[in-house]
Design a protein. Structure first.
Length: 216
């Protein structure tokens, strides 16, 4: 699965960005971390101009690297690992805002990315059972202790992550629950990840995001 492939991590994509796109990416993630929500397109353009960035070309590069997605009106619909809209994956931390992650792997990577402990509160697909993970960078405490991540994707490789994988990467209360979901969704190619596999994948994806994205 590509989300687990270290050669295809989003950290690698950030490292390959040009200076202006890196600057805008860092500004955007900082805005999410400080406010819990996305700027609208007008505010994003203003933010870019205030920091010497030409927004259209920077956004185009972020989209091309699958680090960012917009809707038909140019408004943000994904800024991995953050989601501008409510999802199953709620992220909170001491003194911070309530925010949302695009998927379970994105949620697990936020602590390492921000270098602070966070709490993930999620809901198992179909049953709605609450799953809570206390993540402190490279460590995590899962409740229930049997919880796993099912990482799935559609076969349409030309789509952005928001369309191909995000809604199919979720927490489950255990392997049996994940396998039941797998059997009911044979059109989704999926893999059950252990807690350590999921956390390692998340850190590879997002652990250095802010460092790589920081303007030079």
């Amino acid at each position: 699965m590509d989300r687990a492939d270290p050669q295809l991590t989003k950290c690698s994509a950030v490292g390959a960005l040009g200076l202006q796109a890196r600057r805008l990416h860092h500004l955007l993630l900082t805005h999410f971390a400080e406010t819990g929500h996305a700027p609208n397109r007008l505010d994003l353009n203003t933010m870019a101009h205030d920091h010497g960035v030409e927004p259209d070309s920077a956004i185009e590069e972020l989209i091309a690297r699958d680090l960012f997605a917009v809707d038909d009106h140019g408004e943000i619909r994904a800024a991995y690992p953050f989601s501008p809209k409510p999802t199953n994956h709620v992220i909170t931390w001491s003194g911070g805002p309530r925010t949302y992650a695009m998927c379970a792997i994105d949620a697990l990577g936020i602590s390492a990315m921000l270098d602070r402990p966070v709490t993930i509160t999620s809901a198992e697909p179909a049953t709605g059972t609450t799953i809570t993970i206390e993540v402190d960078r490279h460590k995590a405490h899962w409740s229930p202790a049997s919880a796993v991540v099912l990482a799935g994707a559609t076969d349409d490789t030309c789509c952005a992550s928001v369309d191909r994988t995000c809604s199919h990467i979720n927490f489950f209360t255990g392997t049996t629950a994940a396998e039941i979901w797998q059997a009911a969704h044979p059109h989704i190619t999926s893999t059950v990840l252990t807690q350590q596999e999921a956390l390692s994948c998340a850190i590879a994806e997002f652990g250095d995001f802010m460092r790589f994205g920081r303007p030079l």
